[in-house]
Design a protein around this ligand. Structure first.
Ligand code: BTN
Length: 250
């Protein structure tokens, strides 16, 4: 473990590891055992067991960005976790957009370059079901490598642009943007985040399918609700609000 020379807002701190099973797991362990770890970042050069949503694997070899941010703040609870994931996706999307073109966000929290996945967010809560202790915001961005033969077509920043030179600069930008959106959210609530997220969303009106744990629905994408649910217009014009699931194009 070492301390990195990374420029962060004053109230953020960072722990850097050459290798971890998963930065989310390490962040959870720290959050469970330490009181003063709000805004601590756990960064790893590679992960041996990187995890994605729904317990999927997250390719984690050298060359990409893998980190988790611990948030221990009274304003957070398990109900706000989906709002934090939009803040994180927005911060990551804006930052990746400094290095490549055609960046969009896909519900719930994927970062796309030309419709291919280049980043994802895994939010996890720490604590017992009735007592919320901390939130872990795990972010993975494909900079140099990306997985082949996965359910969502993937890409990396360097596959699309030669602008990116340094992982730490991308991390600095994400944290700076996150800090900004997090403060906006704390002061004004979710509506402004939702508005900004919509500006980066893939096009409203696109034909998509949405797969939840018990059904697959096809329809027209109508954006997200004021609570962050996916809005899908079905063939019979009914609008469905979907709380959790995956979105596929076409
Ligand atoms: C997804 O799109 O399924 C979410 C992927 C999240 C991956 C990141 S990499 C850093 C952090 N540690 C993990 O094990 N997962 C997240």
């Amino acid at each position: 473990m070492s301390f990195e020379n990374i420029n962060l807002p004053d109230d953020f701190s960072i722990l850097h590891f050459d290798e971890l099973d998963s930065t989310n797991l390490k962040a959870k362990e720290i959050a469970e055992n330490e009181s003063f770890c709000d805004k601590m970042i756990i960064l790893a050069d590679k992960q041996l067991a990187g995890r994605g949503r729904y317990d999927r694997k997250w390719l984690s070899c050298d060359g990409n960005l893998y980190f988790s941010l611990i948030l221990k703040d009274d304003c957070l609870d398990s109900k706000t976790s989906s709002q934090i994931s939009f803040i994180a996706a927005l911060a990551a999307g804006k930052s990746v957009a400094d290095f490549a073109e055609n960046i969009t966000l896909k519900w719930p929290n994927d970062i796309l370059i030309s419709d291919k996945k280049t980043g994802g967010i895994l939010i996890e809560a720490v604590g017992q079901s009735n007592k919320f202790d901390a939130m872990i915001v795990g972010i993975g961005i494909n900079i140099k490598n990306y997985p082949k033969n996965v359910i969502f077509p993937a890409t990396s920043i360097s596959e699309n642009s030669d602008k990116i030179s340094n992982r730490n600069i991308l991390l600095e930008k994400i944290i700076k943007n996150f800090d900004n959106y997090y403060n906006i959210w704390k002061n004004n609530g979710f509506s402004e985040i939702r508005e900004q997220w919509h500006k980066m969303s893939f096009e409203i009106g696109k034909k998509i399918s949405s797969k939840t744990h018990n059904e697959t629905l096809e329809g027209i994408y109508k954006g997200i609700s004021k609570n962050g649910e996916l809005l899908l217009e079905l063939d019979n014009n009914e609008i469905r609000s979907i709380t959790a699931g995956d979105v596929f194009f076409g």
